[in-house]
Design a protein. Structure first.
Lengths: 285, 333
């Protein structure tokens, strides 16, 4: 049975649209930053913040909260936007992204913005920290879960696999990793730069449960994560297949948008496209 | 060594007058006792080891407190990053491996997940220095103080003997924040006693003197005391400071010693670049320019050998310290 009702699905699609618009506005204001990854993960972060996480935006350090870690810190604009539209801070604050004195650092810092849980940016470190948190929860019989969002390219880091091995050793079924499988990295396609396939098999051989879904299909992702929560005795990875730059046609699938922001004219075009998608969603209701 | 006792009686030092009677215990033993005690006092203290539980002396903790012990195998980057995650959830992890790998291999994880992230993780760097001996250069960490002390928020501690290592371990368990605690493999002289005070960030005067201040840390504090005793017979009175906290360093004590003596010799089992002596030089360059001689490894790697012969070969024996004192004395204006 589908996790989301048709009405709820439509709400989340509209929410994801807002998150995407927030990403474009913040990147334009910042004048630097990454575009493709944040856009392709807008649906995942919408589902996480609006449907999955046990959390209190007004009390971000609530002790019983689920921990959401963003390992690939460079896609922070999607997290910041999802947080702003999720009630953590005013949406206008998104325009301070990457500026002096901001809580919204170019790469997230826990000390400046505790709700981000970890300081990230150097790749391959999130799963290790999430493994530590999940183990702490097990040691103390706590019921909160740990979700770690990773990029596909950071699976080229050795540390990530040290953590994968360890999470399986300790049977951390309170740990769910979500991979943004968008197939791109700075220097090109992941399979050209350093092939990751057979990707799912790698995780299976590390004794993880492996689930795959379309990461830009909100209903499918919501169903998949519910399934992941039922897995016992081992950690689960959700390989979320996404389209880089999703929602903005001129960026979709183009790896050159990995690490640059839109200029004014490009941002206007992106926002117009997103607004048209929004109108379409509203009309469909 | 009566003058040691007379000059710094408040330190309750051991009797070092008969070198053959001086008790020898590896500093790592003090760590092992300290971390187990810390774990018993506070159940949130946990120990994580990267396949070296016996040689880092975490074995006692593992046997006494198995529910608080985590074994992760040979993965030193994980050691740090995973500990940071555990610390974020309220644990106080001590993470142990050889200093060459932890923090030698894990520097960026230390910087990002421990220091920038302000997590309460304690690195136990075992087998530091050339005194590791036969294992050779690959296992002799002599750059670790430099790479740790340059990181904001980091506390760096190098105790002088096993008794002090135990006290330092208990002290860092009590403080909140990232720590690098460094100790060695070989047996080394017990200089202090149970009664010797210990306070993080507070340097200790182990011998009074007015001609040259020898500022030392780690197991070489003993060699500094031997050198000072020998020099006293030639009429040169050295102050000997046990400068166990490299960061934050006791600037007041360092400046005070320099002011009193007018010349300084720093002694450490580490490269002379970037270590304890470099920090002393930074402080004095700013506060009180003073002639300084540096005893340590001079921009070389170690090699296999007997620990004592390596200490001598790399210029950190008591004779080398005496020579450095005389050079410093000659530079006094």
């Amino acid at each position: 049975m589908a996790t989301l009702s048709p009405q709820r699905l439509r709400e989340l699609k509209l929410h994801a649209n807002s998150v995407r618009q927030g990403i474009i506005r913040s990147l334009l204001a910042a004048g630097s930053g990454h575009s493709a990854g944040p856009l392709d993960m807008a649906d995942v972060f919408t589902v996480l913040y609006q449907h999955v996480l046990r959390h209190k935006p007004e009390d971000p350090e609530w002790d019983d909260r689920d921990r959401l870690l963003l390992s690939c810190g460079h896609i922070a604009p999607v997290r910041y936007s999802a947080m702003a539209y999720g009630g953590y801070f005013p949406v206008e604050e998104l325009l301070t992204l990457r500026k002096f004195g901001t809580r919204l650092q170019g790469h997230p810092e826990r000390v400046r913005l505790p709700a981000v849980e970890t300081t990230s940016g150097p790749l391959g470190e999130g799963l290790a920290q999430g493994t530590g948190m999940a183990l702490a929860a097990k040691m103390d019989n706590r019921s909160w879960r740990v979700y770690v969002v990773t990029s596909d390219a950071e699976h080229q880091c050795g540390l990530h696999w040290e953590a994968a091995m360890t999470a399986a050793k300790f049977k951390l079924d309170n740990l769910i990793a979500i991979v943004d499988r968008n197939l791109i990295q700075i220097d090109g396609c992941t399979e050209d730069v350093m092939p990751l396939e057979p990707f799912a098999d790698k995780y299976r051989s590390f004794n993880w449960e492996v689930l795959e879904c379309d990461g830009n299909d909100i209903a499918q992702f919501a169903d998949t994560i519910e399934k992941a929560k039922t897995v016992k005795g081992k950690p689960t990875v959700i390989i979320a297949h996404t389209v880089p730059g999703k929602g903005v046609r001129y960026m979709e699938g183009d790896y050159t948008w990995h690490g640059k922001p839109p200029n004014q004219q490009q941002a206007d075009q992106a926002l117009a496209e997103l607004e048209a998608q929004r109108e379409e969603l509203l009309a469909s209701g | 060594m009566a003058s040691v006792m007379n000059g710094a009686a408040a330190m309750h030092l051991a009797d070092l007058s008969d070198s053959k009677a001086v008790k020898q215990v590896p500093t790592r033993n003090g760590f092992g006792e300290g971390v187990a005690e810390a774990g018993k006092r506070n159940r949130n203290v946990i120990a994580i080891c990267a396949d070296l539980s016996e040689s880092t002396r975490m074995l006692g903790f593992k046997e006494a407190l198995p529910a608080q012990y985590i074994e992760i195998g040979v993965s030193e980057q994980l050691l740090v990053a995973m500990a940071a995650g555990l610390a974020s959830a309220g644990k106080i992890p001590f993470i142990a491996s050889y200093a060459m790998f932890n923090p030698g291999r894990s520097w960026e994880q230390v910087r990002t997940t421990m220091a920038l992230n302000e997590t309460n993780v304690k690195i136990a760097g075992a087998h530091a220095g050339v005194s590791v001996g036969p294992d050779g250069a690959t296992h002799q960490a002599i750059e670790d103080i430099a790479i740790m002390r340059c990181i904001p928020h980091m506390t760096v501690v190098v105790p002088c003997d096993s008794i002090q290592t135990k006290k330092a371990t208990l002290a860092v368990a009590e403080m909140n924040g990232p720590v690098y605690l460094r100790f060695g493999r070989e047996k080394s002289p017990i200089i202090t006693s149970e009664e010797t005070p210990f306070e993080l960030g507070k340097a200790q005067i182990f011998r009074e003197g007015t001609d040259v201040a020898i500022i030392a840390c780690g197991i070489l504090v003993y060699n500094a005391l031997i050198a000072a005793e020998s020099l006293a017979k030639r009429g040169v009175q050295c102050l000997v400071m046990n400068n166990h906290t490299i960061k934050p360093m006791d600037e007041h004590a360092v400046v005070g010693a320099a002011a009193k003596c007018g010349a300084v010799v720093t002694v450490e089992e580490h490269q002379i670049f970037g270590g304890m002596g470099s920090r002393v030089a930074e402080i004095l360059a700013h506060e009180r320019p003073t002639p300084i001689e540096f005893v340590g490894v001079h921009d070389r790697f170690g090699q296999s050998g007997d620990p004592a012969e390596l200490i001598e070969y790399y210029g950190m024996g008591s004779n080398s310290i005496e020579e450095a004192v005389l050079r410093a004395l000659a530079r006094k204006s």
